[in-house]
Write a protein that binds this ligand. Structure first.
Ligand code: I3P
Length: 123
């Protein structure tokens, strides 16, 4: 199945498509470059893969970007974009702005990511 294609050995809590752009990396402000991504949330990380709709080459694909969720934070990103349905994930020195195609979708992602962060913080 596709989980094995991705070499994932962790439980997948949520997956789907969204757009994303880096806001800061290594604490440095980036110029925005939105890209569509296939996103997989596990218990300790959120991984952004090249959008499968735009790629026939899924086998052995590594995530383009992955964020560790331990100590991460999720908040509204509305001040950072003219787009609707956005939220910001901050993990270490990386800030990623994510855009979903509906308010409901964004709320579901925010709550799933927040739940994972809270679980990781529990002793
Ligand atoms: C940016 C591009 C982004 C936009 C950004 C623009 O222009 O239009 O999509 O972000 O707005 O600067 P360019 O392509 O010339 O770099 P949003 O889509 O999130 O609004 P910003 O400067 O207000 O961040």
């Amino acid at each position: 199945n596709w989980l094995q294609l991705y070499g994932l050995d962790k439980d997948v809590l949520k997956y789907g498509n969204m757009n994303r752009t880096k806001i800061t990396e290594n604490g440095k402000k980036m110029s925005k470059r939105w890209a569509s991504a296939y996103v997989v949330l596990t218990e300790d990380a959120i991984c952004f893969y090249k959008d499968l709709k735009n790629s026939q080459h899924s086998v052995g694909l590594q995530p383009e970007l992955s964020m560790q969720l331990s100590g991460a934070r999720v908040e509204s990103g509305e001040k950072l974009s003219s787009r609707k349905h956005v939220f910001l994930i901050t993990s270490g020195s990386l800030q990623l702005l994510c855009e979903c195609d509906s308010a409901e979708g964004a709320a579901q992602w925010r709550s799933a990511i927040t739940d994972a962060i809270v679980r990781l913080a529990k002793p």
